[in-house]
Design a protein. Sequence first.
Length: 390
Amino acid sequence: MKKILCLILASLLIGSILIGCQQAEETAVEEHGEPEIATVETEEERTNDEGIDVGIVLPTKEETRWLGDEAAFRKIIEEKNYKAEILFSQKSSAIERTNVESLINMGAKVIVLCPFDATAAAAAVNEADAEGIPVISYDRLILDTDKVDYYVTFDSMEVGAAMAQFLVDQAGDTKGNNLYIYSGALTDNNSFIFFEGAWRVLQPKIADGTFIIQNCDKAVELSDKLELTRDEFASIMSTIDTEWNMEVCKSLAEAHLTSKDASAKGKVFVLSPADDDCARALSDTFRKDPDVTELIITGADGVEASVQYIIDGKQSMTVYKDPKALVKATMEIVDALLTGKEVQYDTTYNNNKIDVPSIQVGVEVITKDNIVEKFFESGVYDGSKFTGWQ
């Protein structure tokens, strides 16, 4: 009997506790409203079931060049009414891979990738291939994977050759001209192609005494050889690698000029990396040296920031690489892939694994003599923004 009484009392006690808790909850709801439930929206939920048509990964926003490419992509994307995403890797292979994985998760049908590090990018390409997504290597060739489907680029050999030929033409028949040479980042396969194109033109003129290299002992050591291996190019470039960075350009140039006396200066010829931002940084540094009396310096890309430099004689030339033309060629491949049509290409590039079907876009030399016709009259840039050319 006592046990039954205890059970009854316990049941009554539990019941009163539960009723009390329910009343407390009801009171809380009356005072504060229904409690909020936190939710996390995934990338897949932000994109509809059909995914995006094309995902584009560019290497950085820090270089003027890539902002022009981004603008050209966005224009065509808008015209075509594509669903697209453009991401920047900020000079990080880890971010680049994450960007590609994000595009895969978004359901991208085609991925356009301009690699920061040509070799490291292979892992991201392999991931895309595993999901059946074709990859277009943009401007810079992705190395060491057989999963790259297409490559679109400027004629990088011609870019380097055009810069070097300009220096040769300016030197004419004179001998003993002081030459300073610089390369792009060793992580970029194009840097090797640019430099090889330049070397093929400059080497005979170094060998015959037209130019004296003042800032690279390794280049002097190999100056009797026209044909160099990739390792030999790397041994030269590693000592003059600007990393496509304006501050690195300034630091290198300052170190080179500080180590030289006036005899290594005077009228100076500079082979810059194939990048106008770097060319301006080098120009600023060389022109600050009181022993540099005349500067002939190359550049490439044809970015707006270098236009006034060319007009003012602070940069001698640029090799114009029209981003609109490169983007147009790329998006023609995207169109074909999305519609099941055959992709048309005009050459191949070997990436150490396969010969990648490729499209090459032409380039053009711009100097003070033709800048009005090529940039202003053609509508590339608004001439009213610049002075001293009228």
